[in-house]
Structures are given as structure tokens and as C-alpha cells.
Ligand binder design. Sequence first.
Ligand SMILES: NC(=O)c1ccc[n+]([C@@H]2O[C@H](COP(=O)([O-])OP(=O)(O)OC[C@H]3O[C@@H](n4cnc5c(N)ncnc54)[C@H](O)[C@@H]3O)[C@@H](O)[C@H]2O)c1
Length: 340
Amino acid sequence: MRTDHGLPVVRLGLIGAGRIGTMHAGNIARHVPGAELAAVADTRPEAAQKLAARYDTAPVTVDELLKDPELDGVVITSLAIAHSELITRAAEAGKAVWCEKPASLTLPELDRAIAATDRADVPFQVGFNRRFAKDFAAARRTIADGGIGTPRLMRSITRDPGRPGGLRYADRIPQWTIFRETLIHDFDTLLWLNPGARPVEVYTRADALVAPEYKENGLLDTAVVMITFDNGAIATAEANFSSYYGYDVRGEVFGSEGMVVAGQLASSALEHYNASGVHQQTLRSDEEMFHDAYVQELTDFVDVVRTNGVPPVTGQDARNALQVALAAMASYEEHRPVRI
Ligand SMILES: NC(=O)c1ccc[n+]([C@@H]2O[C@H](COP(=O)([O-])OP(=O)(O)OC[C@H]3O[C@@H](n4cnc5c(N)ncnc54)[C@H](O)[C@@H]3O)[C@@H](O)[C@H]2O)c1
């Protein structure tokens, strides 16, 4: 099958029909040019069925999906604990692989997954969507072009949306989520915004300030991680699981000759002035804030599959960010700076 522009259609199978898988499925079916959502699998068959029905596609098991010779690529949006094994299996089945972050929870499993994609010679791309947001991408270009001189101070912020009444589904959030699933975005962003530099030391302070009652189960919801780079830059990554005003993601790099700031909290430029002040509508969720970036990362993946090109975010990028996350966890546990 060919697109209107004569390019071959890229047929994708999605594994993991949860919250973010549902969003990516919609993007593949409706927004990613030249892509087809050809199959949906989940260990919960009812979830696969429901999502597949929405886009008039086939609900299948993971085994069936990986064996389907018609699929060009696999999009993995399952729970993180299953990622590395699914990457490995998809590569062994000869499929191009796109996987949500984190690509793995441990370095040995990630190394096995990367080795499998190398052996099979299939493209492997990881879902660090912030890199595809226009302002973050422009920040990176400006830094790489020397527009702010040498980075000296860097910040990356993630505040997940919250509502009064504590942390929702706290009992379902795995230990270390704040480092390996939330701040992993910030670690990747900081490494990417400091091109050519290497992180050398990590120091963490973290606590359970939103849901203190879960601290003894190991659930942390507030964290600051300081990262020192070998070019001298000092960075902080911070996260909290309960932002009442909506999703809040920002980045800032201050250098020897200037500064870049990225991150847009308002849903539009509208300012509403009334007796109680000046108001703006904020973006409530990641799906709203990063819609274009989520579409772009899969648009680029489709292009990589079609051209057998180099993915814009690689397994090595996932490894670099995971290494910082693991060092941040060790620093928290051992109350000391950890060398990388
Ligand atoms: N890039 C982003 O902005 C972003 C945002 C949210 C979530 N995520 C990531 O996406 C992943 C999924 O998050 P979610 O919020 O959609 O979780 P979720 O719990 O809503 O969905 C996960 C789905 O995976 C399925 N599943 C689990 N193990 C499986 C397996 N072995 N094979 C097939 N299906 C399996 C579950 O049944 C569930 O339907 C996580 O890694 C998360 O960190 C990324």
C-alpha cells in the first residue's frame, strides 16, 4: 500500500493498550502521515479489544503480533517492567522497534535489548518526547550553534498534575518511579541540552511530601537531583507528583553568553483580566502539552523505518539517562554524591 505521495505505508503493531498506548494508537491512526495502526496487543485481552475496535483494527496476542509478517514495526507502550524483553523479542522477530521511556529498568536488561536490535540490524527508537517539542528542539539547536556560549547552570522541571486529596492510585505506583519514569525525561533533556559533555556526579534529595503515608512503602513523590558535568555545568532536575495548576514542564540553560528557556504552561496566549487579577488557562496533561511532540516522534520513526535510517533517539541515549537515574537512586539511598 502507498500513501498519497507514493511512499510505502508503514504498518505498525502496538503492544500495551493502557493510557499512553491509547494516545499513541490514536496518533498513529489519525495524525502520523503514512502510518497504519495494523494490530493492537495487551496482556489484558479486553484492553486490546477495546482499543483495536476504536480504530477498526485487529486485537491480537503479543505472540501473534510479533509473528505477523505484514508488520514493519512495533510500538511498545506496555508497563516499563516489560519493555526490555519486548524490545528484544521484537528485534528477534525482525521488526523495527519504538519503545516508550524508560526502555528498561536495569542496565543489564537494556544492554541485552540494545544488543538484540544491533544483531537484528533493526532501528530502535526511544520515546523521549520532549526532544520533539518545538521550543526544546530550538533550545538544543541554539546551544549546539554556540548561541549561549558554554552551559554553566541548567534546570529541568517536571511537575505532574495533581488535585486536592493526595496522590491518586499511590498504591499502584512502583517504587523508584520518580527517578526511572518521571525524572528520566529530565535526565535525558539535560544530557541532550549539554552536547558533548558527560555527567560525572549525581546528588539527590527526595521525600514523600504529597503522600507521606506511602513513604515506608518506598514511594517518593518529590525529588531534586543535582548533576555535575565534565564541562563544569551544574544542573538540577526536579519533580513532584502533585501540581494543582496542571502539568508543568520547563527547561533552562544559562551559559557564558546567554540563556535559553523552554516550556509553555499556558494553553494559549490568552490573558483574562478581571477583578481578581490576570488569568491564563494552563495545560492539564502531558497529552495536551506534548500532542505535537508525540506525533512528531512517531512521524520521525515511520520515516526511519521507511528509509532504514538512524533514529533521532537511540538505545544509547536511553542508557545514558538510565545511568543517571540509577546513580540518583543510589545517592538517595546512601545519602552521598555518586560518581558516574
Ligand atoms: N512519554 C511520556 O510522556 C509518557 C507518559 C506516560 C507514560 N509513559 C510511559 O508509558 C508506559 C506505559 O504507561 P501507561 O501510563 O500507559 O501505563 P498503563 O498502566 O495505563 O498501561 C500499560 C498497559 O500495558 C499492558 N501490559 C503490561 N505488561 C504487558 C506485557 N508484557 N505485554 C503487553 N501488554 C502489557 C497493561 O495491561 C496495560 O494495559 C510506561 O513506561 C510509562 O513510563 C510515557
